[in-house]
Ligand binder design. Structure first.
Ligand code: 7TS
Length: 408
């Protein structure tokens, strides 16, 4: 069980908003930072603060050790085979763009199909639209069921011999749907395609083993798992990364530079041009240490209990529409109150100190599919409590009352 002791380690949670204790339910946007993560980045700047790899002196060695140490922590966390497969980027968006620009533009051509879903965040959609425009490949959408899940038979029917790449989120940031990545990876591999997985909403909440799932590329962000902003990861299978060209050229990523040509460092550094966000990597390492000390299973269990409790209580309020599957969903719930714009819902809840998200959640095609302009969303992390859910439910009822609805 996640204890109050753990909650106390997140100092930002201990504040009042609009005169009320903060109830932070916007964890899918970003997760709050534990004091040890803040201290790790602070310590980096106070006591180390030198660049990676270029010169050899005491601080550099420490620094490279910590930066590379963080890479090893990430490798172990997602069960990758080697640190050569772990590329540090600025976040999920940068990781997906890297695959699209490097792999997508080189290995896709006219007539090829990119299979994608209606539930992708813009970050796992627009890069593929751009690849399609540049190469002549086409985007093909997997049909989705009314409850926001995709049937395996529909996925199977969409992936054909022309499919060269499948781009899919593991967890929808709107619907909470958990997609069957292992099965989809197999279907993709059966036709010789690769699978690119957006792990922004899954890696922080579900145990991921990239080898067991047989994922080719996995993108995720440090800030959604308790690390700093500005650091993210692209995992890629070594044999794929080896045949890919870098997309950023300059310092740090080169081997030999001559007047008219140059060669690159080995993996993973050939993809990390320029001075990286070292403090970010160090902070991410500290966040992973913490997650490992709790255990992913424990986090998953806690969030599932929270989401089930909330679903039950929300379901009892008349006039609240909930989107996505009612079971086997990740720790977030997207909803609307009949006749009330989600921005108004979020604004009224904010007056009670309750932070929720409202808008299109960077998934405009999904909003169109749902036939809504926007939704409100609550999303949980390991430090949220049942008491906070009760405060949220009370706030939701008050919001409904405020806008003139009659309670059931
Ligand atoms: N993919 C998914 C599934 C996401 O939920 C997000 C961010 C991203 C990609 C982009 O991550 P970034 O770290 O590169 O920005 N999602 C959200 C959200 O749902 N609310 O705010 C950000």
């Amino acid at each position: 069980m996640i204890s109050q002791e753990i909650r106390k380690q997140f100092p930002i949670l201990n504040q009042r908003v609009n005169g009320h204790p903060l109830v932070y339910l916007d964890n899918a946007a970003t997760v709050k930072k534990r004091i040890q993560v803040i201290e790790a980045t602070d310590n980096y700047y106070r006591n180390i603060n030198s660049n990676v790899q270029r010169v050899v002196h005491k601080l550099i060695t420490w620094d490279t050790d910590t930066y590379e140490g963080a890479r090893e922590k990430v490798r172990a966390f997602i069960s990758a085979n080697s640190t050569e497969e772990i590329i540090f980027t600025s976040g999920t968006t940068a990781s997906l763009n890297l695959v699209a620009q490097s792999y997508g533009r080189s290995y896709l051509k006219k007539g090829d199909e990119i299979v994608i879903t209606y539930m992708e965040h813009h970050s796992n959609l627009i890069p593929w639209q751009q690849v399609a425009k540049a190469t002549g490949a086409t985007l093909k959408y997997i049909p989705m069921q009314q409850n926001g899940t995709m049937k395996l038979e529909n996925i199977k029917a969409t992936i054909t011999k022309n499919t060269k790449l499948v781009a899919m989120t593991q967890v929808s940031n709107v619907l909470g749907t958990i997609n069957p990545i292992q099965e989809v990876a197999k279907l993709a591999h059966d036709v010789g395609a690769v699978i690119v997985v957006d792990g922004a909403q899954s890696v922080p909440h579900i145990k991921i083993d990239v080898q067991a799932l047989d994922i080719d590329f996995l993108a995720f962000s440090g800030h959604k798992m308790g690390g700093p902003t500005g650091i993210g990861v692209l995992y890629g299978k070594k044999q794929l990364l080896e045949k890919m060209e870098p997309v950023e050229f300059g310092g740090e990523m080169i081997d030999v530079v001559e007047l008219y040509d140059s060669t690159w460092k080995e993996l993973p550094w050939k993809f990390e041009g320029g001075t990286p966000i070292i403090a970010g990597a160090v902070g991410l390492g500290a966040a992973i240490d913490f997650i490992q000390s709790i255990g992913m299973e424990e986090i998953e269990k806690h969030e599932t209990a929270l989401v089930n409790n909330t679903l039950e209580k929300m379901g009892a309020i008349e006039g609240v529409s909930i989107y996505g599957p009612m079971k086997e969903r990740s720790g977030l719930i997207t909803f609307n109150i009949d006749g009330v714009h989600s921005h108004d819902v979020a604004t009224v809840l904010d007056t009670e100190g309750i932070a929720v998200r409202a808008g299109h959640h960077c998934a405009q095609p999904l909003m169109n599919w749902l036939n809504v302009s926007a939704t409100a969303r609550v999303s949980f992390y390991l430090y949220n409590t049942d008491e906070e859910i009760d405060i949220f439910i009370k706030g939701l009822k008050k919001t409904k009352e405020y806008f003139g609805h009659v309670f059931s």
